[in-house]
Design a protein around this ligand. Structure first.
Ligand SMILES: [Mg+2]
Length: 396
């Protein structure tokens, strides 16, 4: 089998990758919905993979993997990897999880990081109301994640939250030392959320990046009585093109609250220090940024050898990304906690993807399906109307 074309169309705001072969089998991949600008980056790799046998996934990846980087520049490589596995599974007539070693679980736990209700205030009452809505959601999530601290609008909405100057420019990374008031405000919001969730639903917090090491330690210790699932990305994180594992290790050594990072990191090599020095308790690579699903599996296995847990990121990965997450998560070792559930974005994505269970999430789990490849298909009849001008031939 040979790759005859690599296509990319932005559907909604999501770059969708299609790899075409000479045997009539196509494979699909998807980039986060926040990155419509990556279409040319996908097409950049076309000349490197044309003519290759897509079922030799690793051999194809060796031709393009070195030309990627931390988020957002690992996305195109990752989405191509999804599409290669999709083809390899379809060609073999088996679900991708079989090619990754087989499933070790029949259903995968997911956590809520994507079903969101607009918040206009960042008070304890507002956080309590927000998690109450999440608790009532029909998916029955057993873990929910909430943005707080430097993640989201709290730092700008709460006066005297920290000693730095707030810059509200897009993607600007505010960071600095918290005021005592800021620190106490976070704790009060957590207390309010735990009052609602009790011990029925686990609470994880996405906090940064932006914390100083002493503040991260102080907060993690203050939150110990609440038995949180994890504190995510306090020091570095989303769109930070480096890791600072030694600083994470300092935090992790001072608290029993689990510390988590990893969604921006590209490739297993860049997880090595985090894992080998046990700088965090939990790693959270995103398969759509880290270099793909096999890359994520290697990291999970290596983390497991070092007593580090795994909770993959995925909030914006869309429904093709969801399929990739289900396939790989079915195969991960017992250090697997849950992956971040990506919902259809926008909602009409549900109409153009065939093969997903209905409902997708039941009691906080997704049942692993057994169709070949990623086990889902874009429906050309229903998807065509969303193709942008110039990409009408995407499914041809
Ligand atoms: Mg995060």
């Amino acid at each position: 089998m040979k790759i005859t074309d690599l296509k990319c169309a932005v559907i909604g705001s999501t770059p969708v990758v299609r790899i075409v072969t000479d045997e009539g089998i196509s494979g699909y991949g998807q980039i986060e919905a926040s990155k419509p600008y990556l279409k040319p980056h996908v097409l950049f790799y076309k000349e490197y993979i044309l003519g290759e046998d897509p079922t030799n996934v690793e051999r194809v990846m060796m031709k393009i993997r070195r030309m990627g980087a931390f988020k957002p520049w690992g996305s195109a490589v990752s989405a191509i990897e999804f599409a290669l596995w999709d083809i390899a599974g379809k060609a073999a007539g088996v679900p991708v999880y079989k090619l990754l070693g087989g499933k070790v679980r029949d259903k995968v736990r997911v956590y809520n990081g994507s079903i969101r209700f607009p918040m206009t205030e960042y008070t304890p009452e507002a956080y309590a109301a927000d998690v109450a809505r999440m608790k009532a959601s029909p998916q029955g999530f057993t873990i929910v994640k909430e943005g707080i601290g430097f993640h989201g609008a709290m730092a700008t909405a709460i006066p005297d939250f920290y000693y730095g100057e707030i810059n509200q420019a897009a993607r600007y990374a505010n960071r600095g030392m918290l005021t005592e008031r800021g620190l106490k405000h976070i704790v009060a919001c957590v207390e309010a959320m735990k009052d609602v969730l009790g011990d029925e639903i686990g609470l994880a917090l996405d906090l940064g990046p932006g914390f100083t090491v002493p503040d991260a330690i102080r907060l993690a210790k203050l939150l110990e009585p609440y038995n949180l699932m994890w504190l995510e990305d306090m020091i570095t994180g989303d769109y930070t093109p480096y890791v600072l594992a030694d600083l994470y290790r300092e935090v992790r050594n001072h608290t029993s609250t689990p510390i988590h990072t990893g969604e921006q990191i590209y490739l297993r090599q860049n997880f090595r220090e985090l894992i080998e020095t046990q700088a965090v308790n939990i790693v959270g690579p995103d398969p759509a940024d880290v270099g793909g699903i096999a890359e994520l599996k290697w990291i999970a296995e290596y983390a497991d050898l070092h007593g580090v847990l795994m909770a993959p990121h995925g909030v914006l990965d869309g429904l093709i990304g969801l399929a990739a997450l289900v396939q790989v998560s079915a195969t991960l070792p017992q250090n697997y906690i849950a992956f971040e559930y990506p919902s259809a974005n926008p909602a009409w994505w549900s109409d153009i993807v065939d093969g997903l269970p209905d409902p997708i999430v039941k009691d906080g789990f997704i049942e692993v399906w057994d169709r070949p490849g990623l086990g889902i298909e874009l429906n050309p009849d229903r998807a065509s109307k969303y193709l942008p001008v110039g990409d009408e031939d995407f499914f041809d």
